[in-house]
Design a protein around this ligand. Structure first.
Ligand SMILES: C[S@@+](CC[C@H](N)C(=O)[O-])C[C@H]1O[C@@H](n2cnc3c(N)ncnc32)[C@H](O)[C@@H]1O
Length: 187
């Protein structure tokens, strides 16, 4: 099937091959959490496009240490929340929890946690260990930039995620090696 994102001249090319997949996953979700937004012309756009197709309560929380989104890429929907800060920081997690509890006072676990922030093992492990309380057995964790396109090798941080996943009872699979690779961790 043709990838509709390829016809957007402002799209982020190093993730473009994954955008239809991200959209389709978000279209089956209610709570989506994203680390690493940058200009908003990649994962944020696709995940929001998916969530726009969902009826009822929904929420997407995007986290980045910088706010570099251009105005035209910034989602206008009230169910999109941006948190400026480090995704491994407890303050950021607590802010996210407030947003989640506003929509679901009884609590809700994330359907998707998409990680595309600082690609080193200690950061990603800190993110997983912090946000795992907002996950359950149905949560899918997605990781972008796992791949070194020159050597076709998984990077040190993704080998670390794979090891973490397998030793903690998760399944781990490479969704696609294109565009620096996308992997998935799930129960
Ligand atoms: C590769 S870009 C994200 C691209 C985006 N996902 C897309 O599809 O266009 C990485 C982003 O992660 C952000 N970042 C780096 N370290 C971070 C951290 N510790 N916490 C949150 N965001 C971080 C950077 O500011 C940058 O915007």
């Amino acid at each position: 099937m043709a990838n509709p994102y390829l016809s957007d001249p402002g799209i982020r090319m190093d993730i473009v091959e994954h955008l239809p997949y991200l959209e389709s996953q978000a279209a089956q979700s209610q709570l989506v959490i994203e680390f690493g937004v940058e200009y908003g012309n990649g994962s944020t756009l696709a995940l929001m496009n998916g969530l726009r197709q969902v009826q009822g309560d929904k929420l997407m929380i995007s986290v980045d240490v910088d706010d570099r989104m251009t105005l035209e890429r910034k989602p206008v929907e009230s169910y999109w929340k941006f948190i400026l800060g480090n995704s491994s920081c407890v303050r950021v997690y607590n802010e996210a929890l407030v947003f989640v509890n506003e929509v679901w006072p009884g609590g809700k676990k994330a359907d998707i946690i998409f990680i595309d922030s600082y690609h080193v093992l200690y950061q990603v492990k800190d993110e997983i260990n912090l946000w795992i309380s907002l996950s359950d057995n149905d949560t899918i964790w997605l990781f972008h930039d796992i791949w070194d396109n020159i050597s076709d090798q998984e990077l040190e941080f993704s080998l670390g995620i794979r090891a973490f996943a397998l030793s903690n009872g998760y399944k781990y699979e490479v969704v696609s090696p294109l565009c620096n690779g996308l992997s998935k961790m799930s129960k």
